[in-house]
Design a protein around this ligand. Structure first.
Ligand code: NAI
Length: 349
């Protein structure tokens, strides 16, 4: 089923509003989810609407949160999310970061007590579109073994980075710190396929190729990815006083309780360093020079991070976004949710 971005946006906004968020908040949730689908990050788009709707309806996402932003220093602050929608809190916190970085050169803003905030690229690009450089990191469910361990401890803790160029190109680097997203294991399971032995481990902590035996994911590049996911947890968890490591809540554990997650935005104003014009021109030159690198076997050219997502977006603008039929039927239905996610084991489906 193919839909236009505008139609998808309206359907998601209506559903999230019906589940209990205000029209404004539902609109922001839909902005981030349709952004993800338009860029081809379908794991963080419309397929999650039913889960969010169930959590909103059951009170695990505060329907009318009391957001509060406290500036705790000239260039830093903490945004209290009151376990409201992570999408809304993260966007509003990024807008504070943008304002402060414009004025002081840098902003470090913590977002605490929030629910899932989806694809982090959305937030860092918001800053890059305003001529700023941004990094955003956040916590997620503990489902990854620490290097050398056999039990899950940290989350897939993503890191996103964006920087503007002198033209329409924006570098958008956005990744989970695991070799593969959980969605890829689910995909293999649904097709009864095996997985490479580098993606995940079984109950004993041994690498497995059996997608049904997966008990935890593994960090990218062994000890290095493990260090990165720990860094993310320190910056977006410990620093903000929310639960850390294996104490971080699970997505499906109890949908009536707030998740108390943390996220950190770091925004830098190039004007206070090399100067904005020089910065943007140099990024453009860097991207141009990357295009002159001879491609290796199997590649047509070297892409910059975020380029392929933008190509997908262009294609979707022309041909519509591909949405799974069941998800479309749910979105156009009158139902808020089908009670499918509460207390589900995080490794079950
Ligand atoms: P991925 O593996 O699809 O891409 C990672 C990065 O590599 C992207 O910046 C992409 O532009 C770049 N890339 C990929 N192929 C490339 C190529 N050929 N040339 C140049 N660059 C290339 O991303 P991943 O790790 O699967 O993450 C997907 C999304 O999941 C992200 O948006 C992330 O923020 C989100 N996520 C959110 C979580 C949360 O709790 N909020 C938890 C984990 C992930």
């Amino acid at each position: 089923m193919r839909v236009t971005k505008a139609e998808l946006h309206q359907l998601i906004q209506d559903k999230i509003h019906k589940a209990g968020l205000s029209k404004e908040h539902a609109g922001i949730v839909s902005d981030v989810l349709t952004f993800a689908d338009a860029r081809g990050i379908h794991s963080h788009g419309a397929m999650r609407v039913e889960y969010y709707s169930e959590r909103i309806a059951k009170g695990g996402i505060t329907q009318e949160p009391k957001f509060n932003f406290e500036k705790t220093g000239p260039s830093c602050g903490v945004f209290e999310g009151d376990n409201g929608s992570g999408f809304v809190a993260a966007e509003k916190a990024m807008d504070h970061a943008i304002e402060i970085a414009k004025e002081t050169g840098v902003a470090v803003i913590g977002v605490r007590n929030i629910s899932h905030s989806g694809a982090l690229a959305y937030y860092v690009e918001r800053a890059a579109e305003k001529d700023l450089v941004a990094v955003s990191v956040c916590q997620s469910d503990p489902m990854v073994v620490p290097f050398g361990g056999s039990e899950p401890f940290f989350g897939t803790n993503p890191i996103a980075f964006a920087a503007p160029s002198n033209d329409e190109r924006i570098i958008t680097f956005d990744m989970a710190t695991t070799v593969q997203a959980w969605g890829k294991i689910l995909h293999a399971r649904s097709r009864k396929e095996s997985i490479p032995d580098t993606w995940a481990v079984d109950e004993q902590g041994n690498p497995t190729t059996d997608s049904t035996k997966v008990n935890a994911l593994v960090p990218i590049s062994g000890a290095k990815g493990y260090g990165l996911m720990m860094m993310v947890d320190v910056l977006s968890g410990v620093l903000l006083g929310v639960p850390f490591g294996k104490h971080v809540s699970s997505m499906y554990h109890d949908l009536s309780k707030g998740r108390e997650l943390g996220q950190l935005h770091i925004v830098i104003n190039p004007e206070f360093f090399v100067g904005l014009d020089t910065f943007k021109q140099t990024i453009s030159t860097m991207l141009d020079e990357l295009k002159t690198v001879a491609p290796s076997a199997g590649f047509k050219e070297v892409n910059y991070p975020g380029e392929r997502g933008r190509m997908r977006e262009k294609n979707y603008e022309e041909n519509g976004i591909e949405i799974v039929d069941d998800i479309y039927q749910y979105l156009i239905s009158d139902d808020i949710h089908y009670d499918r996610y509460d207390h589900k084991n995080k490794f079950a489906e």
